[in-house]
Write a protein that binds this ligand. Structure first.
Ligand SMILES: Cc1ncc(COP(=O)(O)O)c(C=O)c1O
Length: 451
């Protein structure tokens, strides 16, 4: 069995019943989970120290992921800020980023004063009603080709520090990381991947994890698809990135992080290592069931446009409903999806879902009669013009205005709904007609603009 140094330390501490004159103030009482909620006293290590039980546990995680792995107790959000700080630490702050970036990327852009060039999908018309993911583009999915990334790098006045992708995206779209990584390597540009939704990809029969496909740095939320407590995440480095950045990782993570990391989360990350020992077999068996479920749904007329293995995203309109209506029906059966919007309903599946839960999902969907397809699609996206840097816009005096009055104004703070926390308009951009229509389509009422 793999060692679990953090859990062993905490469990032994709790079983001794010491007099706790350290933080947290609950002293191990108040809530049942408080017993294991400790802090950095002697022996407990420190998340950002160079040795101790956290480093020992990270070494176990590194062996499982086959690369240098570091823990975060503040989600991929912290990891994303840290990997961008690492990639741009030599002063080149230009980053080419796929437009469907999570708001953690934007907070990094503001904090680090990044020069962001957006990469948008080549097809900007929406073919969502066909359920054709290859061509469907919207603000959540941004399918890029390697050729497009190569052309964008060549078009830069000077080489960017990094290319930044989000894969898998919130709907389950996956980038061609291997091809894009080849291009980045040829051109000497780092490839950073927000793999918040894809920690499990490492453990598929053939790994589809970004580091195995050639990415240099990558952020995984352990809490999204593995059973870690909310907030548990990993920063992974390729061997080349580890030798270039290894010494600076902890210091850089600490720059953005709390000095009171949750030991409940650290303990869960530690125990996830042991869980992962027999996970590949469990994952494979689970995927046999979910693949069969997806096939039955397709046979019954559902459109499942994205191919991420542990996501089940239904295109609602080809089935005759809006995503909101469809989600209401699922909620009425106490089947709770991860996300829905006017077009899609997304369920996240893991081997922790029971057969009974999968059957409830299927039964709830089976009870929805198919209707004539709805034709309405999201308004097309047109990249707004940038007038200010994200940082200058964010720190400018601002006011909040109704979305319908925002056309022509400079966005001060990225307009996002959470989930999915992907912006329609980004700080520093002039809100164009298309952005107004998109914000209205996705239900935004107000937006913060530069005064
Ligand atoms: C694509 C994407 N990236 C990053 C994040 C941030 O991850 P975390 O919640 O682990 O901070 C999320 C959260 O939902 C996400 O969906």
């Amino acid at each position: 069995m793999l060692p679990t140094p953090i859990a062993d330390f905490i469990d032994e501490y709790c079983s001794r019943g010491p007099a706790r004159f350290h933080m947290p103030g609950h002293k191990g009482r108040f809530l049942p989970e408080c017993a294991c909620d400790v802090t950095e006293f002697d022996g407990a290590g420190d998340l950002f120290a160079k040795d101790g039980i956290v480093v020992d546990s990270e070494a176990v995680a590194s062996s499982l992921f086959g690369c240098r792995t570091y823990y975060s107790t503040e989600g991929s959000s912290l990891v994303i800020r840290a990997m961008l700080a690492l990639a741009t630490r030599d002063g080149n702050r230009k980053v080419l980023a796929a437009r469907n970036a999570h708001r953690a990327f934007l907070s990094a852009a503001i904090l680090l004063d990044l020069e962001v060039e957006w990469l948008c999908a080549e097809r900007t018309d929406n073919l969502l009603h066909d359920g054709n993911a290859a061509e469907a583009t919207c603000y959540l999915s941004c399918p890029l080709t390697a050729r497009q990334v190569a052309a964008a790098i060549d078009a830069c006045d000077r080489p960017p520090a990094a290319v930044y992708l989000t894969s898998p995206d919130y709907l389950g779209g996956m980038a061609d990381v291997a091809a894009i990584a080849r291009v980045c390597r040829e051109k000497g540009v780092l490839l950073l991947v927000d793999n918040a939704h894809g920690a499990y990809l490492k453990f598929l029969p053939v790994s589809r994890h970004p580091i195995d496909l050639g990415a240099d740095l990558c952020a995984d939320s352990a809490h999204k698809t593995l059973p870690a407590l909310t907030g548990g995440a990993y920063l992974h480095l390729s061997p080349a990135a580890a030798s270039r950045f290894g010494d600076a990782v902890k210091e850089t993570m600490a720059l953005f992080a709390t000095s009171s990391p949750s030991y409940l989360i650290l303990r869960s990350l530690d125990l996830v290592n042991r869980y992962l020992e027999d996970y590949p077999a469990r994952l494979e068996a689970f995927l046999t069931k979910t693949d069969a479920l997806k096939r039955r749904l397709t046979d019954a007329g559902w459109s499942l446009p994205y191919d991420e293995p542990l996501k089940l995203t239904l295109a609602a309109k080809p089935y005759g409903y809006t995503g909101d209506d469809m989600a209401k029906r699922l909620y009425a059966d106490d089947v709770i999806p991860e996300f829905y919007d006017p077009d899609f309903v997304t369920c996240m599946l893991t081997p922790e879902n029971t057969d009974e839960e999968l059957a409830r999902l299927e039964a709830s969907l089976a009870a929805i009669p198919k209707r004539f397809p709805m034709e309405q699609t999201p308004p097309p996206f047109r990249l707004p013009e940038r007038i200010l840097s994200p940082r200058d816009a964010f720190f400018s005096p601002r006011e909040t205005v109704p979305v319908e009055q925002s056309e022509g104004r400079i966005c001060a703070s990225a307009a996002v709904a959470c989930p999915p926390a992907v912006p329609v308009a980004v700080s520093g951009e002039v809100i164009n007609r298309e952005a107004v229509l998109l914000m209205q389509y996705y239900g935004f009422e107000t937006v913060s603009v530069v005064r």
